[in-house]
Design a protein around this ligand. Structure first.
Ligand code: ZN
Length: 183
């Protein structure tokens, strides 16, 4: 018999902690270990499941699947996932997210020497993003805290300018929904 531990105050504050799927933790671990094909297949399954259940993490999981395929050398399939993930953000009207994540994808593709693919995404963003009034800040006010580079619950990357902030010091992991406190 396992003893039930009392809830920690942080968890009580945010309600029950989300259940982190073991498959998500494994997929992130494969990515970190350079096992890109295994990671890609796992992210694809997770993305399809999240899409069926209409979870907000679905586009982020497609983008991870795409990144894994590209790192595995399967560029065409990776680009399909990336495009699909970006289109999901657009369909939901998540313009600031599409802008920030889209720019990062373009940068990463260029860094890998995939300039034609980067150009495709660049064109897609230009055609899709609504006109932003000049001077509109695209990211929320700079937070004064530093987040860990990876989510302690699922191992996914945490990017301060892409995560949803729950309050001034707490961000929500895009992949598992766990609240992560900065320091
Ligand atoms: Zn997470």
């Amino acid at each position: 018999m396992r003893r039930r531990r009392p809830l920690r105050p942080l968890r009580r504050l945010f309600g029950a902690p989300p259940r982190v799927p073991p498959a998500l933790r494994r997929a992130n671990a494969w990515m970190a270990a350079g096992e890109y094909l295994a990671a890609a297949e796992a992210f694809e399954r997770l993305a399809r499941g999240a899409e069926t259940r209409r979870l907000p993490r679905a586009p982020h999981l497609y983008l991870r699947a795409g990144q894994a395929r590209i790192l595995a050398g399967e560029t065409a399939q990776g680009m399909e996932h990336i495009r699909y993930g970006l289109e999901m953000l657009a369909a939901r009207g998540q313009w600031p997210a599409l802008h920030r994540i889209g720019r990062r994808v373009v940068r990463e593709l260029n860094e890998r020497g995939l300039n034609a693919e980067a150009q495709q995404i660049e064109t897609y963003l230009e055609e899709t993003l609504p006109e932003m009034p000049a001077g509109t800040p695209m990211s929320a006010a700079r937070r004064k805290v530093t987040l860990p580079t990876h989510c302690p619950a699922c191992g996914g990357p945490l990017r301060p300018d892409e995560v949803e902030w729950l309050d001034d010091v707490t961000a929500e992991c895009a992949y598992c929904g766990s609240p992560v406190r900065g320091e």
